[in-house]
Design a protein around this ligand. Sequence first.
Ligand code: BG6
Length: 484
Amino acid sequence: IPVDTFDIIIFGGTGDLSRRKLLPALYHRFVDGQIPEDSRLVGVSRSEMSDKEFRAFAKDACQESTGKDFDSEQWKAFEKLLKYVAMDATDPDADWDTLKAALGQDGRPSIFYLAVTPKIYVAICESIGKAGLAGGDARVVLEKPIGTDLESAKAINAGVGAVFSEDRIYRIDHYLGKETVQNLLVLRFGNTLFEPLWNRTAIDHIQITVSESVGVGDRAGYYDTAGAIRDMVQNHLLQLLCLIAMEPPNSIEADEIRTEKIKVLNALRPMDAKCVGRDTVRAQYGPGTIDGKQVKGYLEELESGESQTETFVAVKAWVDNWRWARVPFYLRTGKRMRSRHSEIVVQFREAPHAMFGEEQAHSNRLIIRLQPDEGVQLYVQIKEPGPGGLRVQSLPLNLSFAESFQVRYPDAYERLLMDVVRGNLALFMRREEVEEAWEWVDGLLDAWADAKVPMYTYSAGLEDGPVEARMLLREDDRDWWSNG
Ligand code: BG6
């Protein structure tokens, strides 16, 4: 369904996010006929560049993303949307008139996308305000991370909030745009099957794994100030946890969903120096092998050669409310793991009576696979065929999205960008969500510092994190479900 005509202004237009995600996402939506041909896409960065050069940059980006399917005719139509303005957007006295001229004055929504470091979010918003561009139907999109701790997040939220009202601020977490993540809501609340069982009486524990095979590469400068906790847990993993743990919202209206997510964050048990050594594991990848090739360890990728930043973390978290009492949520994420796979595992309790013998007692398990091979599997107990006695096996009812829906899977950014145009805030974070998540993360990081929690290592590409992460579950007589 086509959206209304809009203008999008990407600050950091020639940056990595713009090249890898934003420009290709807009191109795909255009090719699918969703973006009207009179929309405008303006790249803004400090470096001098002509419109022609920006179009060439965008063409490379879109070509890289589409590969063989790149169509020059479609590109010719798309590139007409593109313009470029060189300026320092933090400076209110910069050449804002050129940007205004590029946009025209036709009352359509302007979407300001801040694909830049969060340190300059406030300054850019203030400049947008002073240039008189924040009024009307203007919206601003903020990339994560919003700050580096609670204090800086509050300052950003206050500064941006002084220019744009909350209903004009789209705080993006691209995990919420992933198909399987949205499907989680439908799975839970569109079926009668799961919700009656979705609590401590039937569920033993939950696992959330986001495992990456990439290292930090050329983002080492940023990553070393963040680490896995700030880069992944504060946002992506906690958002997944919220969707799993939240109460049914009254409707799919943005604020209904967001209010329920905030309640979960409120119920997260704070980490302190006493429990952090027992309930968390942190580690860095050492040298290893990926696809038969030697790769460097994390410390070797840093200029300084030393760091106390984790590239892997595993946490046993608790949601202290009636529904989830005594049900642990095990979270883990890491770079340079054995494979790229992300999934949520809902492990149900064992059947109360082992009628087929203790050794054949399995329990149901629901696996929600985010990537790759998006899909849902429900493991059920089944009798092995044949006359030789009654043997039980655990096998999955398998819903593979690729097989069920033979369509191209849009990237998360495609969905989210169109939601910004449609004014749908449901998949974006409200101010309190970001701040609550930081509060919990700050507590964990402080506790790490106080308790001097050890930094373990694991071999790049060869392990799913350090052996201590496995012990975290073994001590509870459990195991991580998948090792890739
Ligand atoms: C980003 C992190 O938010 O998410 C990256 O900053 C990480 O470090 C990326 O690699 C993972 O996203 P995806 O969609 O590839 O799982």
